[in-house]
Design a protein around this ligand. Structure first.
Ligand code: ZN
Length: 276
């Protein structure tokens, strides 16, 4: 039975036992297959599925050359350099009270990074061109999925490509934000432009959460890419999924991997192009 999407609780409240009960009915002996057999199984599943939802985690952007700002090495470097943690710097409170410093951090660490969508994103795009993938739920803010030409993207945390004047709602490009000196200002109102990304301490947008839950509810297959079964957003949205297959492609092993029906360890940009 589907659950109503009326209140978005803290996804952290869902326990591993909850996911297990949700997924165990789909879990098979596929973990014993060889890598080649797993890839062949994925190919067959995709061939038979017409309504696939992809969920893209930060592993996808890291494959494209972006640094993982939440890794312990990066956290340490940022604390050393800025005197604050990435979480504090990328928070709504910091944005409100220290805009100049926020934009120093944001521009240097998040915007001034050269990365373009790789073969993993292009494979997803091909899946869409085949009419098999009606929605793509993205966890990161890189905007790489959009750059790859993927459509029907649900940017659950927003995107660095969407920037808006909070007064007149005029939109500004990523390039404008990159090139602005200091605090980027609206040319018409002279007020700071707000990047439409979710900062720590902010609520997720209800409309996007509902769209993602609806997409999951209608899906017959879920492709989890560059994430893990224990990720709060994966746990949240799997609650609404009633389809057949849950496939995870991830580089790093995680204790929750077996909760996917099929888990393939490896780079998404190497595995996905082999099956699509
Ligand atoms: Zn304006």
């Amino acid at each position: 039975m589907s659950k109503n999407v009326c209140a978005w609780g803290d996804p952290g409240m869902i326990t591993a036992a909850d996911i297990y009960s949700e997924c165990s009915r789909r879990t098979s002996k596929m973990s014993f297959l060889s890598q080649e057999e797993k890839i062949a199984s994925l190919r067959a599943m995709i061939k038979d599925s017409t309504n696939i939802v992809a969920m893209l985690g930060v592993g996808m952007e890291i494959e494209c050359g972006l640094r993982n700002l939440s890794s312990s090495e990066e956290c340490y470097r940022i604390e050393e350099e800025y005197g604050l943690s990435p979480e504090e710097l990328f928070s709504a409170a910091f944005y409100t009270t220290k805009k100049q410093k926020f934009y120093e951090f944001y521009r240097r660490e998040i915007l001034d990074r050269e990365a373009h969508p790789g073969p993993g994103y292009h494979a997803i795009k091909r899946l869409q061109e085949m009419g098999k993938l009606p929605a793509c739920i993205v966890h990161d803010i890189s905007g790489l999925a959009e750059e790859a030409g993927i459509f029907n993207i649900i940017d659950i945390r927003g995107s660095i490509r969407v920037n808006e004047c909070p007064k007149c709602y005029r939109g500004y490009s990523l390039q404008y934000m990159k090139e602005a000196k200091g605090i980027p200002l609206c040319e018409d109102c002279q007020v700071p432009i707000r990047p439409r990304v979710l900062l720590h301490g902010e609520m997720m947008r209800n409309d996007l959460m509902t769209m993602a839950a609806d997409a999951m509810r209608q899906a017959s297959m879920v492709l989890l890419l560059g994430t893990n079964m224990n990720h709060p957003l994966v746990k949240t949205f799997l609650q609404y999924y009633e389809g057949e297959h849950v496939v995870l492609i991830t580089l790093h092993e995680h204790y929750s991997d077996d909760l996917a029906e099929l888990c393939i360890h490896g780079r998404v940009d190497e595995i996905l192009p082999r099956v699509i």
